[in-house]
Design a protein around this ligand. Structure first.
Ligand code: OOG
Ligand code: NI
Length: 460
């Protein structure tokens, strides 16, 4: 039996290769990494409680390598192959995001690790959108876009070969894994030559800027890579000081004592020179940008419903788009209704928690006394503790805000479309996992482990 590189190892190497590549392609990304590292260091120095919480959950280790990326694919075949490739790295499709409601003609999933252990090692995630050509109204243009996409091959032959090999053999050797990472990274490179003529580009762009971005190039260039900060407000304030033009508002929930879900900010996409291969004309294209995120705790279905309701309330106010001046005050005011106390969040079933034993001897004594297993009582005695589970996914309203901030002010399309999860899954060749179910399992597994330790005393 050959020894295989682990999926975690391959994913870790891939995320590092992508980061190195993007740093050379978009130097501002390097500036963002430095900025985030500085802020994380300062935050951990100043906030001993946060440091303790992260250490207890073994969350500190992954912080420096943690990031997400985003790509946009053109065809069902591309998405299906992408799924096979990410699977080799232990990344699986989680969640369905319909962006058409926000005027963006794509739907998406996030490829990410799902087990607690894999997430601790390296939680690299890729937000992967699929263009919905059926939303292009002009039938002739739609057919042309389809024909252009049908001609391209976004993966190197060797990347597909190694993927097939991994599927047959059940893994890749270390040498194959190194080659696999190199080959797969090629797919996400920037190409400054558009494959179409300037006229075609303009037509595609007229349908939607994203249509041009997906259809006009050889492959799905990575359009951003996002490091995780522990204090996004500090990062937002620091961006202009380091010469980076930040987006006006931070997407997601307001600042709180105990962060929930995901808060994100970005800098606007760069205008980059391109050449149109067909006619040699010069032009420019904006697609690639930088983003920073702060992750908070995962919410239960009830917690998420409350979040969605409060956010929708703020956003639907007359003339109160997220760009308006008092947006953050109104957001903070609305979220007064969302408890910001860990005990309340847990007791009201709004957030997910991971349980762990603090005092094994104490636990054994209670178990030996014959008392029935009672998590709340054990917690009250300081024998077990619960820490929030990190939210590993994305938020459709925020994603739409990120897409929009990169589409240039005036562009605002609307589609009469709706979610098409079944069509997306048919293209993917598999169902997407329900992210809430994953957090439920993770919480339950932690409770089961504490219970097993408790029960083990009785069996000794
Ligand atoms: C993806 C936008 C979504 C996020 O962080 O919500 C995203 C894109 O622009 O392709 O990355
Ligand atoms: Ni993003």
């Amino acid at each position: 039996m050959p020894t295989f590189a682990s999926a975690d190892q391959i994913r870790d190497a891939f995320s590092r290769a992508m980061s190195a590549m993007y740093k050379t392609e978009v130097p501002q990304y390097g500036t963002l990494l430095d900025l985030v590292a500085d802020i994380n260091r300062a935050t951990l120095e100043q906030d001993a409680a946060l440091r303790g919480e992260l250490e207890a959950g073994d969350e500190l280790r992954r912080l420096d390598v943690e990031r997400h990326g985003a790509i946009r694919l053109g065809t069902a075949q591309e998405l299906a192959d992408m799924r096979r490739i990410f699977r080799v790295m232990g990344m699986f499709p989680v969640g369905y995001y319909d962006l058409s409601v926000a005027g963006v003609p794509v739907h998406a999933t996030a490829f990410r690790p799902v087990s607690d252990a894999a997430l601790r090692n390296n939680p690299f995630r890729v937000f992967t959108s699929l263009l919905r050509l059926e939303l292009i109204a002009d039938a002739a243009l739609r057919a042309q876009a389809e024909a252009i996409l049908a001609r391209r091959a976004i993966f190197t032959p060797r990347a597909l070969e190694l993927t097939a090999l991994a599927e047959e053999a059940g893994g890749l050797t270390e040498a194959q894994a190194v080659e696999f990472v190199q080959e797969v990274t090629q797919t996400f490179r920037w190409h400054s030559e558009a494959t179409v003529s300037h006229a075609t580009y303009r037509q595609l762009h007229g349908a939607h800027r994203l249509v041009a971005d997906v259809v006009s190039f050889k492959g799905p260039h990575i359009n951003h890579l996002t490091p995780r900060t522990l204090d996004i407000d500090a990062a937002q304030a620091e961006m202009p000081r380091r010469g980076i033009a930040a987006k006006e508002v931070v997407e997601g929930p307001p600042r709180r004592k105990h962060a929930i879900l995901l808060r994100q900010t970005s800098f606007k996409a760069l205008e980059e020179p391109i050449v149109f291969a067909e006619d040699g004309a010069d032009g420019s294209h904006t697609a690639r940008f930088g983003e920073i995120e702060q992750r908070g705790m995962a919410l239960t279905r009830a917690g998420r419903a409350l979040y969605d309701q409060l956010l929708a309330g703020v956003r639907s106010m007359q003339g109160a788009g997220s760009a308006s001046a008092d947006y953050s005050e109104r957001l903070a005011a609305a979220f007064q209704a969302f408890p910001d106390d860990l005990d309340q969040l847990r007791e009201r079933g709004l957030a997910f928690f991971r349980w762990r034993v603090l005092d094994a001897d104490g636990l054994a004594r209670v178990a030996a006394s014959g008392a029935a297993f009672d998590l709340q009582a054990l917690r009250a005695q300081g024998l077990v503790a619960a820490s929030p589970i990190v939210y590993e996914d994305f938020l459709p309203v925020s994603a739409a805000g990120i897409f929009q901030s990169n589409l240039g002010g005036a562009e605002q399309k609307s589609y009469a479309a709706n979610a098409a999860q079944e069509a997306f899954e048919a293209a993917l060749g598999a169902p997407v996992a329900d992210e809430i179910a994953l957090y439920e399992q993770s919480q339950q597994a932690s409770v089961d482990a504490v219970r097993a330790q408790y029960a083990a005393v009785l069996n000794r």
